[in-house]
Design a protein. Sequence first.
Length: 94
Amino acid sequence: MKGFIFFLLFTYINVAHADGDLKESKCNFFGLQAEMIMEYRQDGVNMGDVIEKFPSDKELVVSAYELPRFNTEENKRKSIQDFTNETILKCYKE
């Protein structure tokens, strides 16, 4: 499933580049990466394994793992959404 999501991400990036909106596509891509990383975090995946999957995003992985892991699905989903939005916002501010 995660491989399919990555395929969709790269397809989205290529289409967005064709439209010339590089900043938006870059920030949305970072947001999708952040979402996947935080999903791993909330699922209890070992941080080292996540860094292996995202070697160029160690800083983002560390940021995710500095945040608490939740037990309820509602809190996990909120944490994932908040982390995703914070990542996108930070990208747009750069």
